[in-house]
Design a protein around this ligand. Structure first.
Ligand SMILES: NC(=[NH2+])NCCC[C@H](N)C(=O)O
Length: 426
C-alpha cells in the first residue's frame, strides 16, 4: 500500500480538445477529440459520481506556417503556436479550480499542457506514461517529429542541448527533470536512454513492470518524486503505452505494452492520491486500423481517463450515499455472539457530521455483516435494513440482500437478540 498521504480528489474537471497532428507524420490523430466526444466521452464522465464536467471546447489550431530555419524538427511553428494556445487554456482551467483534462492530438501537445500546468503549480510532478521516452532533441531524433521531443523541450536541464528555436520564445523550460517519472517504456532511443540515466529519472520500463507489478512501480515513482505526497500530479498518457493489441489505432504502436487492466489500475492509484491536477490523453488515431481497432482504442482511452477521474470498477453507490470503512473492525464478532450491535452503530453514527447522509453502503461493511452472520447474509446496495435488538428497532441504514435469502430460523437461534428485515431503499 502506498505511504502517500491522501487528500480528497478534485471533483471538477475541465475538458480541452486539441485537434493537432503536426508533431508526427500520419493523418488522423487530429480527429481524436471529435471521435471521443461522439463516442460519448462527456456523458460517460458526467456519469462518474459527483463529477462536475465542463467542456472548454477545442483549442484553435493554426494550419499555415512560415518555415523556420531549424534542422530536423518538422512543423515547429505550428507545434509552437498550438502549444502556446494550449498552455494558456490549461492554466485557465486550473485557475478555474478544475482538473485540466486534455485530449490530443499527438504527444507534442505535452509541451503546452505541462507548460500551462507548471505556470500554475510550480511544484507539480510529471508522470509520462508511454512506450517512448519522447526526450529527443532535434539533434538526437531519428524521425524529426516533435512528438518524440516534448520532454526535452520542457525540462530545464536539457535546454542547453537545443539550438535557438524561433517561434518558441513564449516557452521557457523551467520544469526540472527531477520531477519527472516514466511508466511503460519499451522503445527508447540511444540518446534518450543516456538522458534518463544521466539524470537518474525513475523510469519503469515494461521489464520493470513485469518484475514489480504496476502497483509497486507507480508507488515507487511517486515516492521518489514526492516522498511527502503533497505535490500536484500531471499524467501525460500516450495511448501507445498500452499494448498494441489493446490500442491498435495509434501512429507508433509497440507490442508488449501495458494491459488495459494495468493502465486502469495505474490511474485508479493516481486518482486515489487526490492530487491529480492534469491528465493528457494523446496519440489515439481513429484513422488507423479497421472499425474494431478504432472502437477498441477509443474505448481503452476512455476507460483509462475514467479511472483517472474516479470511475470505480467496483461500481458506484447512488449519490448522497456515504462511503465509509468497516465499523466492526475493532471487535471480532466471532469472539462474542452478544456483541452490542446497537452500541457499535450508535458510536459510529454519532461521529457522522450532521450534513452527511446516513445511508451507508460500503463493501467493507458488507463483508463484516456477512462475517457476523456466518456468511449467510450478503450486503447489497439498494436495500435498506432495520434490525431489532431486544425488540427495540434499531434503524440501520445499510443495505442487505433480499430477505428470502436469509435463513431466518437459524439466524434467530444463534443470534437471539437480532431480528432482521429488509426494505427497499427509497
Ligand atoms: N509520442 C510518441 N508516439 N512518440 C514516438 C517517438 C518515436 C521516436 N522515439 C521518435 O523520436 O521519433
Amino acid at each position: 500500500m502506498s505511504q502517500q498521504t491522501k487528500c480528497q480528489p478534485l471533483k471538477r474537471v475541465g475538458l480541452i480538445g486539441v485537434p493537432f497532428e503536426k508533431g508526427q507524420k500520419k493523418y488522423g490523430v487530429s480527429i481524436a477529440p471529435a471521435a471521443l466526444r461522439s463516442a460519448g466521452l462527456i456523458e460517460r464522465l458526467k456519469d462518474i459520481d459527483g463529477l462536475d464536467v465542463k467542456d472548454y471546447g477545442d483549442i484553435e489550431v493554426p494550419s499555415s506556417e512560415r518555415p523556420v530555419d531549424v534542422d530536423n524538427m518538422a512543423h515547429l511553428p505550428l507545434v509552437s503556436a498550438c502549444n502556446k494556445n494550449l498552455s494558456d487554456k490549461v492554466s485557465q482551467v486550473l485557475k478555474d479550480g478544475r482538473v485540466a483534462v486534455t485530449i490530443g492530438g499527438d504527444h507534442s501537445i505535452g509541451v503546452g499542457t505541462v507548460d500551462g500546468h507548471y505556470k500554475v503549480n510550480e511544484n507539480m510532478i510529471l508522470i509520462w506514461v508511454d512506450a517512448h521516452a519522447d526526450i529527443n532533441t532535434n539533434k538526437t531524433s531519428e524521425s524529426g517529429s516533435v512528438h518524440g521531443m516534448p520532454v526535452a523541450l520542457l525540462v530545464k536541464e536539457l535546454s542547453d542541448y537545443w539550438p535557438y528555436l524561433p517561434t518558441m520564445d513564449w516557452q521557457v523550460p523551467k520544469f526540472s527533470i527531477k520531477n519527472l517519472g516514466y511508466i511503460g517504456l519499451r522503445s527508447v532511443d540511444k540518446y534518450e536512454r543516456l538522458a534518463i540515466e544521466k539524470y537518474d529519472v525513475p523510469a519503469f520500463a515494461m521489464e520493470d513492470i513485469e518484475d514489480y507489478g504496476i502497483h509497486k512501480s507507480i508507488d515507487h515513482v511517486l515516492q521518489r518524486l514526492d516522498p511527502k505526497g503533497n505535490k500536484p500530479i500531471h499524467v501525460s498518457f500516450d495511448i501507445d503505452s498500452l499494448d498494441s493489441l489493446e490500442a491498435p489505432s495509434t501512429g507508433t504502436p509497440v507490442r508488449g505494452g501495458l494491459t488495459l487492466r494495468e493502465a486502469i489500475k495505474l490511474m485508479e492509484i493516481i486518482h486515489a492520491t487526490g492530487r491529480l491536477r492534469a491528465f493528457d490523453l494523446v496519440e489515439i488515431n481513429p484513422a488507423l486500423g479497421n472499425d474494431s481497432d478504432r472502437k477498441r482504442t477509443i474505448e481503452a482511452g476512455m476507460s483509462v481517463m475514467m479511472a483517472a477521474l474516479g470511475f470505480s470498477r467496483r461500481g458506484m453507490t447512488p449519490r448522497g450515499i456515504l462511503a465509509l470503512n468497516c465499523i466492526f473492525c475493532e471487535t471480532d464478532p466471532k469472539q462474542n455472539d452478544m456483541i452490542d450491535v446497537e452500541k457499535v452503530f450508535e458510536e459510529y453514527f454519532s461521529k457522522l457530521p450532521n450534513n452527511q447522509s446516513k445511508y451507508v453502503i460500503n463493501e467493507g461493511i458488507s463483508k463484516m455483516i456477512s462475517r457476523y452472520f456466518d456468511g449467510k447474509v450478503n450486503a447489497f446496495p439498494l436495500f435498506k435494513v432495520s434490525i431489532n435488538i431486544d425488540r427495540k428497532p434499531v434503524k440501520i441504514p445499510w443495505t442487505l440482500d433480499k430477505a428470502d435469502k436469509l435463513n431466518e430460523t437459524k439466524l434467530k437461534k444463534r443470534y437471539q437478540y437480532v431480528k432482521m428485515e429488509t426494505t427497499k431503499n427509497e
